[in-house]
Design a protein around this ligand. Structure first.
Ligand code: NAD
Length: 331
């Protein structure tokens, strides 16, 4: 039985604890948070767990593995304490606020031999895996342009603090950067432009970027946490395109509740629906993978050495975005 301790019991920490609670062979053993409200919620949901105000007290009390889900700006310092305690760590994305912080965490994981897995949950997502397989198999040809446009009132609070969260071009779009890196290879350069629509926040709340890959593939992201909801998500290639959702097809309501769909349109305009079951979801599969890596002492799919590349893309975009210019991606 792997006793898992959670640091940061806000939205994501508690969601992670809920996912781990559904996985065999582990126990939601402990949680720590500086906020009494977060601690109370966690204690209500996991009555068997011990709750701490200070994560150091939790580490001293003893757990076998840690999930860290504090604001991103604290990942590097608290993550380092967990690795120094030689405990396997599932660290929420983005791995850290800067590539320099990521490098320090990777060095520490190397030196201590502790497992450092970053929670890039989309890599464990059967739904994103579905279109990834179709693209990798060349079903829409090559090169491809993956477009993801998101606008919505963001989570606010620390997320929009430049130092703690970095705004949507780091916190939200880091899922895209990591997934594109997995699919297209190491990123080369970016062109970007960012803007702040809300004068009260310190991070850029809106921006667009194109990330270029050696294969000629491109990722186009445009995120805003300053304006109300809108989403566009598709992948275009010379032989067709893939859209999220069911395209012009009809699917029974019952089936839509239990399966996720994307729609592949070929060059002749013929639509083919691709689908996977919604459960088990990516967080449960991610938790299973983390626990398997601990038990079997195997390398994980999303180590810090991969996750740093996603932070590197974000860093290049945030720097290029201020000037509306281009920048190489380095890490
Ligand atoms: N993978 C995903 O889909 C996903 C989704 C949302 C958030 N996240 C990531 O999860 C992390 C947390 O985000 P969230 O949405 O849960 O934020 P949140 O604000 O809801 O929760 C953060 C919690 O951390 C606590 N905290 C702050 N300082 C602390 C400290 N020193 N020690 C212990 N706890 C402390 C806060 O009190 C709060 O309860 C972020 O890195 C975020 O990017 C990932």
């Amino acid at each position: 039985m792997v006793r898992v301790g959670f640091i940061g019991l806000g939205g994501m920490g508690r969601y992670q604890a809920g996912a781990f609670a559904k996985v065999k062979g582990c126990a939601v053993a402990a949680g720590s948070d500086v906020s009494p409200e977060s601690r109370a919620e966690f204690a209500r949901e996991h009555p068997g767990a011990t709750v701490f105000e200070d994560h150091r007290a939790m580490l001293r009390a003893g757990v076998d593995a840690v999930v860290l889900a504090t604001p991103t700006g604290l990942h590097a310092s608290i993550g380092a304490e967990v690795l120094r305690a030689r405990l396997p760590l599932l660290l929420e994305k983005p791995m850290a606020r800067t590539t320099a912080e990521c490098r320090r965490l990777n060095d520490l994981a190397d030196r201590t031999g502790a497992l450092l897995m970053v929670a890039h949950c989309r890599r464990y997502d059967p739904y994103w895996g579905l279109w990834r397989k179709a693209v990798a198999a060349g079903r829409i040809g090559r090169p491809v342009l993956w477009r993801h446009v998101m606008a919505g009132r963001g989570p606010g609070r620390w997320f929009m603090d430049e130092r703690l969260g970095g705004g949507p071009l780091l916190d939200g779009a880091v899922h895209n950067y990591d997934f594109a890196n997995a699919l297209f290879g190491d990123p080369v350069s970016v062109v970007a432009n960012t803007v702040k629509m809300d004068p009260a926040v310190t991070a850029a709340d809106t921006g667009s970027a194109i990330v270029q890959y050696p294969s000629g593939n491109q990722l186009l992201v445009s995120w805003s946490w300053a304006v109300k909801g809108l989403a566009l998500h598709d992948i275009l290639g010379p032989k067709g395109f893939i859209q999220f959702g069911i395209g012009k097809q009809t699917v029974a309501e019952e089936e839509r509740k239990t399966r996720s769909f994307c729609c592949l349109t070929d060059a002749a305009g013929k639509e083919t629906l691709l689908s996977v079951p919604r459960e088990p979801n990516m967080y449960i599969l991610q938790a299973r993978h983390f626990l398997d890596c601990i038990r079997r002492r195997t390398r994980c799919l999303t180590p810090g050495t991969e996750a740093i590349k996603a932070v590197a893309v974000a860093e290049a975009i945030l720097k290029a975005g201020r000037a509306g210019s281009a920048r190489k991606v380095t890490w």
